[in-house]
Structure formats: structure tokens, C-alpha cells
Design a protein. Structure first.
Length: 237
């Protein structure tokens, strides 16, 4: 069995395991002890597809609430479902699929765009069944008004988290510095350069090309399905 075949088999197994959130979290915790998986000690869950403001949301919450225990960055429905099962406050981050999938595919050098569109649709289709139990955060609100997301979280779950202050340049500077340091800690030099939040003409051009590719005929139908579920969720914010 080739490395590529083994990788695809492991990915397929993980996708199937998502249908049993408790088992998924248990297996992934053993396989990836560095992941931020929800457990009894978690204070809040913040999840979304990749490139939906996940790192900014986590760092902003931590900056305003230093002792907070946050489950995030699994990019899996299972982390959301398990959090709800444990009675944890849950925030789901939204972003239009064309923007999110293009950004993630460029950053991670992904070529199987249909798989990424399936992942996006699967995640948010399942979220659509529990919107009354979570806080939905559109992308612009996450990156420009995350304090409003925290206030919605407090109102929904009777928590008393301190909202992140977007008007404080010092607070924003700390968040972006931590995001950059995290990007620089990745092992690949190329990944470091492309994951840093600073604007990059090369990355912007690559993302423009990727958006055009995603909007082309081969991906038009799966992209439309993703756009439909995104619009449905936006209507429920």
C-alpha cells in the first residue's frame, strides 16, 4: 500500500468516525495530543472550517480571558457535537465557501478541491441542525467585531466572558503578534511564509487564481451546495 493510499484510508476513516463524536474525540486525542479537543474541563468551544478566523477568534478570547480553556481548530463537526453533549458554550465561525476554501487550499497546497467542498458542506450541513444551540459568527463579525460574538455567547449561555476590544490597538497588536509567532513555529519554511497574517502579493494572487478555479464548471455544483448552506446559516444569525 502506497503512502498516498494509506493517507486516503486514514482520512476516510476519520470522516466516518465523525458520526460518533465521542469516539472521534477519544481517538483523535490519542492520535493528536496537541489538538484542542473538547472535554469536561473545557470552558468554550470555537469551531469552523479552516480559514474562517479560527486562530484570530481563539487568540482574541485568550487575550481578553487569559485563563479560559478553549476547544478549537479541529475543524470537525464532532468537536461541536461533543461540546453540546457536554453542555459547553459553542461558537461556530462562518465564512463564504469560495473565500474559505480558496484561502485554505492555497495555504495548505491542496489540490483535491471537491474533497474540501465536501468537508465544508458536511460540517455546516450538520451545524444547520443545531443552530438554536450555538452562536453563529459571520466572518466579518469575527475579524472586526469579535466583542459582539462574545456578548452573544454571554447572552445565549449565561456566561460572563470579557469581550475582546477591537478598538484597543494594543490588544489587536498582541493577537496578531501571537498569530504570527504561531505561524512561524510551523516546520515548513514555505508554510511559515504563507501562514503569516501580513498581506502578501504572492499569496493574494494565488488566492485569486484558486477562487477562479473553484468557480469553474468542474466545481460549480458542489460550490453551489456550500453557498446554499452558508446562506441558510447567515439567515439564522
Amino acid at each position: 500500500m502506497t503512502v498516498a493510499t494509506t493517507s486516503r484510508a486514514r482520512t476516510a476513516a476519520a470522516d466516518l468516525l465523525e458520526y460518533v463524536p465521542g469516539a472521534y474525540c477519544a481517538v483523535m486525542r490519542r492520535r493528536h495530543p496537541e489538538w484542542f479537543l473538547v472535554d469536561d474541563a473545557t470552558d468554550v468551544v470555537v469551531e469552523g472550517y479552516q480559514s474562517c478566523g479560527n486562530t484570530f477568534a481563539r487568540k482574541a478570547l485568550e487575550q481578553a480571558n487569559p485563563s479560559l480553556r478553549i476547544a478549537s481548530h479541529c475543524h470537525s463537526w464532532a468537536n461541536v457535537a461533543r461540546g453540546l453533549r457536554l453542555g459547553k458554550p459553542v461558537v461556530v465561525l462562518l465564512r463564504p465557501p469560495l473565500d474559505a476554501v480558496a484561502s485554505h487550499a492555497v495555504r495548505m497546497r491542496l489540490d483535491d478541491l471537491d474533497r474540501e467542498l465536501r468537508r465544508y458542506h458536511r460540517f455546516y450541513r450538520r451545524v444547520s441542525a443545531v443552530t438554536e444551540s450555538v452562536v453563529l459568527a459571520p466572518f466579518e463579525m469575527t475579524v472586526d467585531r469579535f466583542g459582539d460574538v462574545v456578548r452573544a455567547l454571554n447572552a445565549r449561555f449565561a456566561t460572563s466572558l470579557k469581550p475582546f476590544d477591537h478598538t484597543d490597538p494594543g490588544a489587536r497588536a498582541v493577537v496578531f503578534e501571537e498569530m504570527e509567532l504561531e505561524a512561524l513555529s510551523t516546520p515548513s519554511e514555505l508554510d511559515r511564509m504563507w501562514r503569516i497574517a501580513r498581506p502578501s502579493a504572492e499569496r493574494e494572487e494565488a488566492t485569486r487564481v484558486m477562487r477562479a478555479r473553484l468557480g469553474g464548471m468542474p466545481h460549480r455544483s458542489p460550490l453551489a451546495r456550500c453557498e446554499a448552506v452558508h446562506e441558510e446559516l447567515l439567515a439564522r444569525v
